[in-house]
Ligand binder design. Sequence first.
Ligand SMILES: [Zn+2]
Length: 179
Amino acid sequence: MIFSPLPGTPLITQGFGQNPETYSAWNLAGHNGIDFGVSTGTTVYAPHDGTATVVNDGASGYGMHLIITDVKRKSFLAHLSEVSVSNGQAVFQGDPIGKSGNSGESSGPHLHWTYKIVKNGAVQNKENGYDGAVDVTEFTRLWLDQDMHHDATYTDFASEYLAMNFSGDAYLENPNRHA
Ligand SMILES: [Zn+2]
């Protein structure tokens, strides 16, 4: 299950497939993701596990953005002001990965999220008019059943406890985190 990269019930300001006349310039049938209206500096969280790729396109395209890839999917989190993970780093669902912004071709502060399905190392549905992007809202859960171990905020004192080594049978991982 995929979680929203923003906690709570964030405001979606542009849906998937909207504004075809604008996106025809990029050979797309419409908006290839969803946009959240959030102010610059809002913490963005990994919607799913994967390996991070950090890209900075400066004033063009997605601007500073992060791609998170695993064997089943690929997320592009775009127009960031700051990235807090490094290239090639393994990230886990719920990890803070950076801050939203207004970089690249962006008409105002927002977070853009493109989602693609991957199988055998290849993006699926490449001929769907969106270069394989699909409407991620179909797959996404809001943060209603957060995992306290990974997703809560802890004091330094409390996080030391989290760093303790548990034996395999003492620390049971939620199998749904990696679904
Ligand atoms: Zn967008």
